[in-house]
Design a protein around this ligand. Structure first.
Ligand SMILES: Nc1ncnc2c1ncn2[C@@H]1O[C@H](COP(=O)(O)OP(=O)(O)OP(=O)(O)O)[C@@H](O)[C@H]1O
Length: 838
């Protein structure tokens, strides 16, 4: 019996290993890579044809149910909902940066300089460099987070990369670390959905699914991302206890889609200023303002007066503030927001200049910040350049990733990140990654980051499962290539299509309300300019004249041209120069780098009549980008006296001002002697407002709210001239562009599309060959439609304005590759509609 038992045991042991091993290895694979890799995602198409079929009936993403986007033609006709005249200045937060940051700025010491810097303020200048001819960026654009973690001791032994795993599905991303910049993920494994315009998917999907209750129904099955942050939605977000700026203390809009930005009623394109005496505010208005300040101060319950309150006290307006309406997101903007915020989808939204990409992104960020109020580090807000990052309150993509310049291969970069606990933690904690101005992100970098995410997060999904929210317009400024190399766009990245669930084009142009002008710009964007448009642009060479003293802003391709121009204009003005040095705080070793991209310059020199631009949103009508002229210099005390003393409210304000100068490092009495510029701004509502501009504070914060560095400086930059690079994202009412020196593809388009009207635009040396669209970009945007056409998805039945979009003609025969390329003949209407999107 014992012998039989021994035999049975031997037999059992002999049978066990193989099955056990295989199940073990499978379960190990599952544990290590719980989510499928792109290679092995269930249902992921293996061929292009399969992909197209899948795209036709998307099982996981309901994008196909989205509401069709409006055509530009429709947009221009149907403005009732969002009727809008662009304001005098950008409200998009994409303000201009401190192009004076460079140590070389204003090196020539003008005579009669009055230094109005507080005596004990330490001054810091940051270093810039020009990486390639004419394209400027600051060194912090590629800041290395290693340098930030000074308290961190590198471990003796580096953690090794995960050991190769048996070839079970899903694939271990660590195994596939590319040795070069290229990713291992092939195009055929990419989701094709991003090639398909959502509106077309919508019509197709609606046709196929008969009735759709809502364009954003929950997906029937889990998506390739399982929307990890949605678990958060049940938890009550905790209100941040952070100090609120006084001018932001307005009731929360009830409608989530209302962006707290400025909208002005329709008016003449370059509004003539309303002539007003400087101190034209009624005594009661001034009194009311001061009372409001007092109430705000009391209601805050703080014994100490905050810097913001003090700023408010020091800043008074002499014109009646109009109640400005908030921007209401358009249908297509809401569509995108819903996909991102409600569905947790990875989205790339694009569109011509002025279609509200920045406005939408800020609205999305606002919502996501609320969602992640408890865990702010779940949301990472980044942009391709330091300037763009500053504009959305984020950091550069390089900084987020902790990869320094990111030139090394993925293995090396992974090791680097693992040695840096902060960077590693960012990768591990982030659930949603915002990337603004994607057009300037290098394609190789995109692939590397995607792969790094997979390895560090031990998750085979693209970017390790992080939800991506990407925006930008590839027809605008391209990535800065390494010397001798050609620029590689992010859409050229092998992992691009895998990483994005939906590509959505915004079509409604808000910046230019004149359809003719919008069409001229669209032709420029595509690099296909008609004779009529050439004539129209040539006719804009006449000088612009305005009688309100505000001069046209000149845009130059190169920064040295900008500095020269501003310096020349400043020197030409009579009178003494006043210099204001910034007050910087933070760890000395890193603050220069961190502050290098601040819009506020380390030093600004001003004179009476200098043209300046506001670089901070102050209230509803004084926004980032508002132009003004320095009228005179005065102390806060004399300013207050001039405004007029009345009751104890005035005393209250004075105390605050004194406290504010103390906070700036002044002993108190001297504070009253510092003269600040009184600026006459041309506000967004067409009125003139006089502001005593006192220092404002900018901070570089970690997602946790920890302040790494800060700068106090006047919220002004000289604004006779700006670089096109820094003007990207701005809305300008009066622009002069000399295309003679334009050298980069997309540059002319970016420059001219800043203007809101033809009346406010002067173009010199316009030549057809200066308008260059990158052929690969044109190709990329064309492909978005081609896939759909090849699939024969022609919208013919729906009454939507989008139905006729591009697909009136029968699809041509497939190319040999049988893929996304096709040749079309568009009629005029189709071309126009196409132009609006691509
Ligand atoms: N829904 C809206 N309603 C009214 N105005 C809007 C809306 N969305 C955007 N705008 C306005 O349109 C102008 C351009 O917006 P925004 O800067 O966001 O465009 P953009 O697509 O980011 O442009 P660019 O590509 O040039 O950076 C701004 O003045 C903004 O206030």
């Amino acid at each position: 019996m014992f012998g039989r038992a021994v035999e049975a045991k031997k037999a059992a042991l002999a049978n066990q290993p193989s099955s056990k091993m295989s199940s073990n290895s499978a379960s190990l694979g599952k544990q290590l890579f719980p989510s499928s890799s792109p290679n092995s995602a269930p249902g992921r198409p293996a061929t292009v044809v399969d992909m197209m079929k899948r795209s036709r009936f998307p099982p996981t993403h309901p994008s196909g149910q989205s509401r069709p986007l409006s055509t530009p033609a429709a947009s221009f006709q149907n403005k009732s909902q969002n009727s809008y005249r662009p304001p005098a200045a950008a409200t998009n937060g994409k303000g201009l940066a401190s192009f004076y940051n460079g140590a070389g700025s204003f090196k020539d010491e003008p005579i009669n300089i009055v230094d109005d810097s507080p005596p004990r303020l330490p001054t810091k200048r940051s270093n810039h460099f020009i990486a390639s001819s004419g394209v400027e960026f600051d060194e912090d654009d590629f800041s290395d987070d290693n340098t930030l973690d000074l308290d961190f001791q590198a471990p003796q032994a580096l953690p090794t990369l995960p050991r190769p795993k048996p070839q079970t599905a899903p694939v271990n991303p660590a195994e596939n670390l590319p040795t070069s910049d290229a990713s291992v993920i092939s195009w055929t494994q990419s989701s094709p959905s991003h090639y398909v315009h959502p509106a077309i998917r919508a019509s197709s999907s609606i046709r196929n699914q008969t009735v759709s209750q809502t364009p954003f129904e929950a997906p029937p099955t889990a998506s390739k991302r399982d929307f990890p942050h949605q678990e958060q939605s049940t938890t009550q977000p905790v209100k941040k206890t952070k100090r609120e700026l006084p001018w932001k203390r307005r009731p929360e809009p009830e409608d989530d889609d209302v962006v707290e930005l400025q909208e002005t009623p329709a008016a003449a394109p370059t509004p003539a200023p309303k002539p007003k005496p400087i101190w034209d505010t009624t005594a009661s208005a001034v009194k009311a303002q001061k009372k409001q300040l007092k109430t705000q101060s009391k209601s805050s319950g703080k014994p100490e007066v905050s810097a913001a309150d003090m700023h408010e006290a020091a800043m008074s307006s002499t014109s009646t503030k109009k109640k400005a309406a908030s921007i209401v997101l358009s249908t297509e903007q809401r569509h995108v927001k819903s996909l991102v915020v409600d569905k947790g989808a990875s989205v790339f939204f694009t569109g011509p200049a002025g279609t509200g990409k920045s406005v939408l992104m800020r609205s999305i960020i606002q919502d996501l910040r609320k969602r992640f109020a408890r865990d702010p580090d779940r949301l990472a807000v980044t942009a391709s350049t330091g300037l763009a990052a500053c504009n959305i309150g984020g950091i550069t993509l390089h900084s987020f990733a902790g990869i320094g310049l990111g030139k090394e291969d993925v293995n090396t970069l992974v090791k680097k990140i693992r040695r840096n606990p902060k960077a590693k933690n960012r990768w591990l904690r982030t659930k949603v990654l915002i990337i603004d101005e994607i057009s300037m992100v290098d394609g190789d970098l995109f692939d590397k980051l995607s792969q790094i995410g997979r390895v560090i997060r031990n998750n085979g999904r693209p970017w390790g499962g992080i939800q991506l929210v990407i925006t930008g317009d590839f027809f605008q400024l391209p990535p800065v290539p390494e010397s001798g190399k050609e620029a590689k766009f992010a859409f050229d990245a092998a992992t691009w299509s895998n990483s994005i669930d939906h590509t959505i084009g915004l079509t409604e142009v808000f910046r230019q309300r004149d359809p003719e002008f919008a069409n001229m710009l669209n032709e420029m964007r595509l690099g296909k300019i008609s004779e009529k448009t050439i004539k129209n642009f040539e006719a804009l060479s006449r000088p612009l004249q305005f009688d309100d003293g505000i001069q046209v802003t000149e845009l130059f391709p190169r920064r040295n041209e900008v500095e020269r121009s501003n310096q020349k204009r400043l020197e030409a003005l009579p009178g003494e120069v006043r210099r204001y040095e910034a007050f910087d705080t933070g760890n000395v070793a890193v603050r220069d780098k961190l502050l290098a991209n601040m819009m506020a310059p380390p030093t600004i020199e001003l004179k009476k009549k200098a043209q300046v631009m506001l670089i901070k949103n102050m209230d509803e009508t004084l926004v980032n980008g508002t132009l003004g002229t320095v009228e005179k210099f005065m102390t806060q005390t004399s300013f207050e006296l001039e405004v007029g003393e009345d009751d104890d409210g005035d005393m209250d304000a004075k105390k605050r001002i004194r406290a504010f100068t103390n906070a700036l490092g002044d002993s108190g009495s001297k504070g009253d002697q510092i003269k600040y510029p009184l600026v006459r701004f041309q506000a967004a509502d067409g009125t003139a407002r006089h502001i005593l501009c006192v220092p404002e504070e900018w901070k570089v914060e970690l997602p946790t709210g920890e302040v790494q560095a800060s700068r106090k400086q006047l919220p002004l930059i000289l604004a006779w001239a700006l670089s096109i690079h820094k003007a990207q994202g701005q809305t300008l009412e009066r622009v002069k562009v000399d295309l003679g020196t334009a050298f980069e593809k997309g540059q002319a388009y970016v420059a001219l599309s800043r203007a809101t009207t033809q009346q406010g635009l002067q173009v010199l040396r316009f030549r057809k060959d200066k308008v260059m669209a990158h052929p690969r970009v044109v190709d990329f945007y064309n492909k978005l439609y081609s896939v759909e056409t090849v699939m024969g998805k022609r919208a013919t039945t729906s009454a939507s304005a989008f139905d006729n979009f591009v697909y009136n003609k029968p699809p041509p025969a497939q190319t040999a590759a049988g893929q996304r390329r096709a040749v079309y003949e568009f009629d005029e209407d189709e071309e126009e509609m196409m132009a609006a999107y691509a």
